[in-house]
Design a protein around this ligand. Structure first.
Ligand SMILES: Nc1ncnc2c1ncn2[C@@H]1O[C@H](COP(=O)(O)OP(=O)(O)OP(=O)(O)O)[C@@H](O)[C@H]1O
Ligand SMILES: [Mg+2]
Length: 307
């Protein structure tokens, strides 16, 4: 799959307080590591640092990007998994597997996000990963966020929970895991020089990632008789419904529901789906999952209304 695009400036900037000790702790007690933090707290930087340092110490490491908005690798609206192999640099990392979410935020997609994360972690572990580092989204406020983080931690059976906090903002999410023998909580202070990204900067970042992803895309046709549509928003298809599905983002999934690539719908008749996609081997697509966002000609995303 495609080369990972690492965020500019990531990791090369150095380490943060307590990071080296954390590497030792994880190396001594291997398993799944969930990194939690509000937006702009250094989660992705820490995830990349841990992945690299543990791999350099001989661990079999995989990293999962569970942030479908400001993803460290892979296109937005997906979760991605990468297996670190050999003494390579971060820019040589490849996306090993993807899971389509179809939205750039977990809100309204909590189940998909949780299932997708579990499938990717299982895949990494099935491939021999002793340590799986999970970089999460900054969605940490409110009941839904609490539940999402709690259920994710349980489902992947996190051995380590790493919290990057400005103040006490994660304490509600962390408190159930205090003093549990099966989990180790690590509270880290964030790097002082961190600056908050604006809504526009985040939107521009996604646009850039989508435009890079679709740079070499071509129009291709999929016979609708050869695939199954997964259409939970019940977006009407067929003639006369162009306004509903035009430019909709879709996940092109294999038989196991892992994502081979993304497409943007150009046209959907009764017999054929025409879409813009960079993927090769379109005959491997078995499931087409309709997303909840549309991409405009400049690759900016917007949410679609439920049908
Ligand atoms: N320890 C550090 N030392 C120097 N720079 C850092 C450190 N941690 C993070 N940064 C810088 O801060 C910026 C934001 O970091 P990062 O993207 O890791 O945060 P995040 O919590 O993943 O953000 P988001 O909420 O967008 O996912 C990046 O430019 C990164 O290089
Ligand atoms: Mg991040």
């Amino acid at each position: 799959m495609a080369d990972i695009q690492v965020l500019p400036g990531l990791y090369q900037n150095g380490t943060g307080p307590g990071w080296k000790e954390l590497v030792d702790g994880i190396n001594g007690l291997k398993g799944v590591v969930v990194i939690l933090g509000a937006p702009d707290t250094g989660k992705t930087t820490l995830a990349l640092y841990l992945s690299r340092e543990l791999q350099l110490r001989g661990c079999n490491v995989a990293m999962v990007s569970a942030d479908m908005g400001q993803c460290a690798f892979g296109p937005p609206a997906t979760l991605g998994m990468s297996v670190l192999k050999g003494p390579t640099s971060l820019k040589d990392l490849k996306v090993h597997s993807m899971y389509f979410i179809g939205s750039t935020s977990p809100v309204g997609h909590l189940l998909q996000t949780t299932v997708g994360l579990k499938r990717l972690v299982e895949k990494a572990q099935g491939g021999g990963a002793e340590v799986v580092i999970i970089d999460t989204s900054g969605f940490v406020e409110g009941g839904a966020a609490w539940e999402l983080k709690f259920q994710k931690i349980e489902l992947v059976n996190a051995r380590h929970i790493v919290a990057l906090q400005r103040g006490q903002e994660l304490e509600g999410i962390l408190s159930p895991h205090e003093d549990r023998k099966c989990r180790t909580l690590h509270r880290l202070k964030i790097y002082e020089g961190l600056r908050l990204k604006s809504y526009e900067q985040r939107r521009d970042y996604r646009k850039q990632k989508f435009s890079e992803y679709f740079q070499k895309a071509m129009t291709k046709g999929i016979p609708l008789g050869a695939v199954r549509l997964i259409n939970p928003l019940n977006i009407l298809t067929g003639e006369g419904c162009e306004g509903l599905y035009k430019r909709l983002l879709v996940g092109l999934n294999d038989d196991e529901n892992f994502t081979l690539g993304l497409g943007v719908i150009e046209d959907m008749g009764l017999k054929e789906l025409r879409l813009l996609t960079p993927i090769e081997g379109i005959e491997r697509v078995k499931l087409v999952r309709l997303g909840a966002i549309r991409l405009d000609e400049n690759w900016y995303d917007s949410r679609v209304k439920q049908g």
